[in-house]
Write a protein that binds this ligand. Structure first.
Ligand SMILES: O=C(O)CCC(=O)C(=O)O
Ligand SMILES: [Fe+2]
Length: 234
């Protein structure tokens, strides 16, 4: 919001999908970017993902559970087989606070006492996917449907602005709404919007805040796997 003529307002895109512009301060953005740079190093660092449709233009890493097309494992099963890096508690706390600010509270420690407003009950935030977009990278319309928890997904954006396309659960096509996600924005989707299709048709290269020192865009989505602490055999 710094220096904006008109501050961007919290936006409800559809019921359950909420945009929180400028949710991360400059200092928090740098903190998250520094952490992403550490996580990006091998082993189990930033990688190219192969799906059944080809190679994703976005490069990715996972924390907590390793996402691969189309499931979760404890090791990089579609790569070098290394153990996934741990999911940090502070990132879960950021997600918990953003979800509450979005009006989609997810309070796993409160358990059943949290009542009907809480989606996902006791499932803790335990996964993050970190996506790196260079100037030409995009992400096609998809649903985040490999988790077993209805808890909301909380996304944090860093660097270049992007067009984030948010559609329906029914299909990849219209209707959809295009939202600009800028560095520091959070976006939360849960409840009736949890399984909506979404994607990133383009970024706007060169729009990252110069002080951040990032060329391109980084997006971090925090999720609750619902897989529990135990083993999971894909
Ligand atoms: O980059 C984004 O804003 C969206 C990322 C996303 O949809 C995902 O990781 O599943
Ligand atoms: Fe997604």
């Amino acid at each position: 919001m710094n220096g904006e003529l008109f501050p961007r307002e919290r936006g409800v895109v559809v019921e359950g999908a909420v945009h929180l512009p400028g949710w991360l301060s400059g200092a928090r953005q740098r903190e998250l970017l520094d952490a992403c740079r550490e996580w990006a190093r091998p082993p189990a660092g930033l990688r190219t993902v192969r799906t059944r449709n080809g190679v994703m233009s976005v490069r990715q890493l996972s924390l907590g559970w390793h996402w691969y097309p189309y499931g979760y494992a404890r090791t990089v099963v579609d790569g070098g087989g290394e153990p996934v890096k741990p999911f940090p508690a502070w990132l879960g706390e950021w997600a918990r606070r953003a979800a509450a600010d979005a009006g989609l509270p997810h309070e796993p420690t409160a358990g059943a006492a949290a009542g009907a407003a809480d989606e996902g009950g006791d499932d803790p935030f335990d996964i993050a996917l970190v996506n790196f977009y260079d100037a030409t990278a995009r992400m096609g319309m998809h649903r985040d449907s490999d988790e077993r928890s209805p808890a909301p997904v909380v996304s944090f954006s860093l660097g270049d602005t992007c067009v984030f396309r948010f559609g329906t659960a029914e299909g990849r096509g219209r209707p959809w709404t295009d939202v600009e996600l800028r560095s520091g924005d959070a976006f939360v989707f849960g409840g009736p919007a949890r399984l909506a299709h979404h994607g990133v048709p383009r970024t706007r290269p060169g729009t990252a805040p110069p002080a951040l020192g990032l060329t391109g865009r980084v997006n971090v989505t925090v999720r609750a796997s619902g897989l529990g602490p135990g083993g999971f055999t894909p």
